[in-house]
Design a protein around this ligand. Structure first.
Ligand SMILES: C[S@@+](CC[C@H](N)C(=O)[O-])C[C@H]1O[C@@H](n2cnc3c(N)ncnc32)[C@H](O)[C@@H]1O
Length: 238
């Protein structure tokens, strides 16, 4: 069996919801390898049943010909749900800072004969999204916004804004945020360990000229160092 297809369920809340139905939860702290295997799953019946998946897909509202960026795409759970909907005339640009995930995305796109999927390895300081090119920018559980590095959070939203087409939108979904109480390596990024909450992210976005089309709480089981997640939809206004 190919390693990426091995089913791993992580014990932390990041994966808890996906593990709830069926498979036995095991300790996520087993390391980077298990974490990657979990997020590299393209098909996941448990995740398919999650209301958050339905909400994300409704917010993306993919239509033929649309150009969508799936930032922090992981193994492509959402990439390969959106790609058939945008069709051959559309495009899904799936980015990640992890080379293994990009290799996996490329393999899956070829295996599924989906040339509309393009996988891009990016550096988090530059998301490499063309200007004025995207109908939707999607980021699910990517943890892009951090209290300790406001300039980084701001830069992400500025880059995303530039990348949107007129009338485009950003869909951000977090199962949880990091409170900074646990300082586990996997809950930190560039020395920052405290995520912005949904409200704080929305406030930052407003200060940069976005309009908040939707901000709703996500209620999922929370693990150590986790605060409640959110679904945030941003537009650039009329
Ligand atoms: C928890 S996984 C979620 C993957 C996918 N969005 C999903 O819902 O299945 C987070 C992914 O985001 C990537 N990532 C984390 N921070 C990132 C950043 N600042 N820029 C790009 N990718 C990032 C990680 O490498 C990982 O593959």
């Amino acid at each position: 069996m190919r390693p990426f297809l091995i089913v791993f369920c992580a014990g932390v809340a990041l994966a808890a919801a996906a593990c709830r139905d069926g498979a036995k939860a095991t300790d996520h702290s087993g390391g980077e390898k298990k974490w990657k295997h979990y997020w590299a799953r393209v098909e996941d019946p448990a995740r398919d049943r999650e209301p958050t998946t339905r909400d994300v897909m409704a917010a993306v509202d993919a239509k033929p010909g649309m150009r969508v960026a799936d930032v922090g795409a992981g193994g492509g759970y959402f990439t390969f749900k959106v790609a058939p909907l945008v069709g051959a005339s559309g495009r899904v640009v799936a980015t990640d800072m992890d080379a293994d995930m990009i290799a996996h995305l490329k393999r899956e796109a070829a295996k599924r004969a989906m040339p509309q999927v393009e996988a891009r390895l990016i550096d988090p300081s530059d998301h490499q999204l063309e200007h004025g090119a995207y109908d939707v920018i999607l980021a699910v559980n990517v943890y892009l916004f951090w209290k300790e590095v406001p300039e980084l959070s701001r830069a992400v939203l500025v880059q995303f804004r530039r990348a949107l087409k007129k009338g485009g939108r950003i869909v951000i979904q977090q199962d949880n945020v990091y409170t900074g109480k646990s300082r586990k390596k996997e809950q930190c990024f560039s020395g920052a360990c405290q995520s912005l909450t949904g409200e704080e992210t929305a406030a930052l976005a407003r200060s940069l000229g976005y309009q908040v089309a939707r901000l709703s709480p996500v209620t999922k089981e929370l693990g150590e160092g986790h605060g409640p997640g959110y679904l945030l939809v941003l537009t650039t206004g009329p």
